[in-house]
Write a protein that binds this ligand. Structure first.
Ligand SMILES: [Zn+2]
Length: 272
């Protein structure tokens, strides 16, 4: 279970919507979403990973305290929810290290993983995550339920792909099918229909989980307090968690724990 705790940063930085009502949609994640999600996770005894921009941590320390004191993991998600794509390497390095320093100052613990706020990386990102000592990333889509080691140094031309080498960074792939935003988020700019019924989404996610279970995989769901935080949606997620737990052998792990397990099993093997 992963939650991207974007708060106001996504509206301010990514959507460039800075009017009071637009920004208040981010504040909804703080006021309504986080308490409801934390209560549900506590009822279910599930520990989750919260990818958090430094901007959110700096401005909402009480929410961060509630997250960490419940035993959840806080991981990196940009300084102000910015995309690393197109940044000069020095600037990307500076943003990454500043975000890690700020999260550590608020939570008392150095983050172990990263999710790009854009779900997109620069050619330098994986090498920088390695340089920063991070264990995992969760931003790419080369598989669905099997993690893999992210590569550095891939070269793509019109006629040939030359693959680089595996880094030490474990990639937990993401998918739009497993993100609450495309299903639920309504926006006129750009037009995004959203507002799907919870039953529809439950069906999609349950079907995806059944595949992950059959293939002994890692099911990574990306939710956002400002989106999933409404009552019926949290109730749907709780029902999904209950149905997952009913299956033999299912474990709920933070990404840090899952990365550790993956590395213990596969560190010495060549993953193509
Ligand atoms: Zn985000």
């Amino acid at each position: 279970m992963t939650f991207d705790f974007d708060a106001l940063a996504i509206w301010f930085s990514t959507f460039k919507q800075t009017t009071p009502t637009a920004l208040s949609r981010g504040e909804y994640g703080v006021r309504a979403g986080i308490p409801r999600i934390l209560a549900m996770l506590a009822r279910q005894g599930v520990k989750a990973t919260f990818f958090t921009p430094a901007h959110t941590a700096r401005n909402f320390p009480a929410s961060l305290e509630a997250i960490t004191s419940a035993g959840h993991e806080v991981a990196a998600h940009g300084l102000l929810h910015e995309s690393p794509v197109g940044l000069p390497i020095e600037e990307e390095r500076d943003l990454l290290f500043r975000s890690l320093d700020e999260l550590e100052a608020v939570t008392g613990k150095r983050p172990r993983g990263y999710r790009s706020p854009a779900w997109d990386l620069s050619d330098n990102s994986i090498a920088l995550l390695e340089e920063a000592g991070l264990q995992y990333d969760s931003s790419m889509m080369a598989n669905d339920f099997q993690p893999y080691f992210a590569r550095t140094g891939d070269k793509m031309t019109d006629d040939k792909i030359t693959f680089g080498v595996n880094s030490s960074v474990v990639e937990f792939p993401v998918a739009w099918e497993l993100d609450d935003y495309p299903y639920f988020h309504w926006s006129a700019r750009p037009y995004n229909a959203g507002l799907r019924s919870t039953e529809d989404v439950f069906g999609s996610w349950k079907g995806e989980f059944d595949t992950a279970y059959a293939e002994n995989g890692v099911f990574t769901l990306t939710c956002h307090p400002e989106i999933i935080g409404r009552g019926p949606r949290v109730a749907m997620l709780e029902r999904l968690i209950e149905q997952m737990r009913a299956r033999d052998g299912v474990e709920f792990l933070t990404m840090e724990e899952a990365a550790k397990k993956f590395k213990a099993a596969f560190q010495s093997e060549e993953i193509g």
